[in-house]
Write a protein that binds this ligand. Sequence first.
Ligand code: FAD
Ligand code: SIN
Length: 503
Amino acid sequence: MRRSADIVVIGSGAAGLSAALGLAATRNILLVSAGSGSTPWAQGGIAAAYGDDDPFDHAHDTEIAGAGFCDPRNVRALVEEGPQRLAELIALGARFDRDSDGSLSRTLEGGHDRHRVVHAGGDASGAEVHRALHQAVQLAGVRTVTGRAVGLIKSGSGHIAGVLVEEDADVSQIDARAVVLATGGIGNAYLASTNPSTVRGDGIALALQAGASLVDMEFVQFHPTALFTGDSTGQLPLVTEAVRGEGAVLRDLRGRRIMTDVHPRADLAPRDIVARAIESTMRRDGCEHVWLDARSIPEDTIRRRFPTVLASCRRIGVDMLSEPIPVAPAEHFLCGGIRTNRDGATDVPGLYAVGEAAGGGVHGANRLASNSLLEGLVFGRRVATALTLDLPAESYGQPSWLTLGEDREPDRIRAILTEHAGIRRDGAGLQTALDELESAGDGPLATVARTVVAAAITREDSRGCHWRSDHPRTDERWNRHLVIRLDEEGRPAVRQLLHSAAT
Ligand code: FAD
Ligand code: SIN
């Protein structure tokens, strides 16, 4: 089957739906999706500074969490445009939790200096955001295709000219002037993640294959508190940071507080710091989890604010009202991704990226809690605005079909990445990973794994969520972003780009 559109948006999370909605009135678009991604699973909420809060303070917290490695101009766009995007979401019908005076309830999460995170259904924020956006996209009459994008079409002039989509057993072609990759992160490249199985780095592999650059791929964020279920594979239930925001504390298996001596914000330190402290505690004590003690939170608060977490705990036989919760860190979010400018443009004409798939620089070396849904809303709209103003020039010349290859033994790839590119890394382990990945095929998981490892082995310092035990300090000489492209032999070639803190 062959179809055409002005623009194809791939992915139906917060980023893809926002982009599609912003384009629906002006362009002929097609939304391609392999199913729902991380968005409906989001718990904590959306960070937005409005009213008595100041976007400048939100930017400051974002920069601190990002270990000073964020792109300040993009952060400014995030925090300044965020409240307007949130208001529009509410106008679309998204129902956020409100206090008794009618104002939006705002909670606290790690790395924030104040209550700034709006939430819905207690801890079911993502489901409500997804519901409202999805409904609006349907009402706007956006054509959708259920299937998996497995290739990009590139014209002889170097422009992206369309997408190949696997629908059931068939591969169809969609011709387009622009393609927006909103395919989410890379959770499925690890043995265990908080992400669902649809999130497997396809868009990142497609972009790389089409000649686009990736950036900051070494910064893989681990959420400190995934529920320890005894089976550390596949999608793990999350215990939102907001539980700590309401007063829960982390304890080792002997009941001692973990975070009090580690950081002035203790249990609400930025996520990378908390995850590292838990990892060190587990390594020291030779155990597979620590405790999150939420028993100080009043029962009615838990029932109202954390129904999802309460139910997840119940499913493994834990009553969080009266018992501590077993938790351990798990892969959660990719801070880098496909290198873009502030309007989502990659360095390949006609190819755009947005949301978690994109490396737009807003997260630096570690993402601030609840900045990701916001990123999808803000940059989804920005990409839509850019493509409303201008469609890329029509392409010409003989097209080529750039299809995803095959992963050999996906579980081996996941095991390699999990063992050597987790919270704690070192040069020897990363070299082993590179060698072992040689024979892993050229599918999306292998491609993503190689780029994470190539970046992590190159960066010989520690910052944000990249922690090298053989280079444990932050070294100013590494104030450089690592940009990856494929060389002629199809291997990731890493180049360094000086970090600019200029506003
Ligand atoms: P996703 O929502 O992951 O969507 C990706 C889309 O791409 C999906 O539709 C998928 O099917 C599609 N796709 C992928 N590959 C293909 C392909 N080849 N072809 C077609 N379609 C494809 N962030 C916050 O800000 N606040 C929170 O409270 C929060 N809580 C979280 C809790 C959990 C459990 C998780 C997993 C994440 C959480 N995050 C949170 C992070 C946030 O949810 C994600 O980063 C964000 O939703 C990503 O949105 P996205 O639109 O970029 O991608
Ligand atoms: C959480 O609720 O802890 C997750 C928030 C996020 O990933 O931003």
